[in-house]
Design a protein around this ligand. Structure first.
Ligand SMILES: N[C@@H](CCC(=O)N[C@@H](CS)C(=O)NCC(=O)O)C(=O)O
Length: 225
């Protein structure tokens, strides 16, 4: 049995969705990041990096980094419909996109949500946020061109983890602007959003994104320090 440390306003639903898709047994333990629970001695003993999500494997190993957790579960449980197997010709494009989301989109989303960590001057925050958003949009623009030529999913007609991963971050962005600007991204987002297993996750993520945006307005110095 796995234990997933997640919680509201975290990326843990990405891992939870894989667990559910794979019908894998797990227990969810919620960490309240808005109240700094991820910095408590108890949680730091589990993940000294103080980051959520964390997955405890059946062997008791504590793993983190959301992309790694998704891939690890898909591979360990042979969910080859979600992640092409090692010898599958689709594997290259899958990995390339998956790591691009992890390294170049997700990291900008962190900057978008935590602009106060990237400058000592609070009046820089709005510009940092705008810059992060425009970086994500420029990455989406490249993806949009590729999806227009070979879509509707990242792997053409084949849905994969990469589509869900991308949709999660689109839900957290200014999704209306992104979908209005990029029709192939909008198509992918709609397709993922209407998958029965994914719908509740994407809907909850949209609500969380809207609530977080409101909190950011109320706490310009940072929702989480
Ligand atoms: N690279 C890590 C980043 C994890 C991360 O930043 N998690 C957020 C929640 S989604 C967090 O723990 N934030 C608390 C903080 O940064 O203080 C991953 O992708 O799993």
């Amino acid at each position: 049995m796995y234990i997933l440390y997640g919680g509201d306003f975290t990326r843990a639903p990405l891992v939870q969705w894989v667990l559910e898709e794979g019908k894998i047994d797990y227990e969810l333990r919620k960490i309240d990041i808005l109240n700094g629970e991820h910095r408590s001695a108890e949680f730091l003993a589990i993940n000294p990096a103080g980051l959520v999500p964390v997955l405890i494997t059946p062997e008791g190993e504590a793993l983190y980094e959301v992309a790694a957790l998704m891939l690890y579960l898909a591979e360990r449980h042979q969910l080859t419909e979600l992640a092409p197997a090692v010898t599958d010709p689709d594997r290259g494009l899958f990995l390339s996109t998956f790591f691009h989301i992890a390294g170049d989109i997700q990291s900008e989303m962190k900057r978008f949500h935590f602009p106060h960590r990237f400058s000592l001057r609070r009046h820089d925050d709005a510009a940092i946020q705008e810059l992060a958003k425009s970086m994500v949009l420029s990455r989406l623009s490249v993806m949009n061109t590729r999806l227009a030529a070979r879509g509707p999913y990242v792997l053409g007609s084949r849905f994969s983890l990469a589509d869900f991963y991308l949709s999660f971050w689109i839900a957290y962005l200014d999704r209306q602007a992104a979908c209005e600007q990029f029709s192939s991204i909008a198509r992918l987002y709609d397709l993922v959003r209407s998958r029965p297993g994914a719908t509740p996750y994407i809907e909850d993520t949209e609500k969380a994104a809207d609530a977080y945006a409101l909190m950011m307005k109320k706490h310009p110095g940072g929702v989480i320090a």
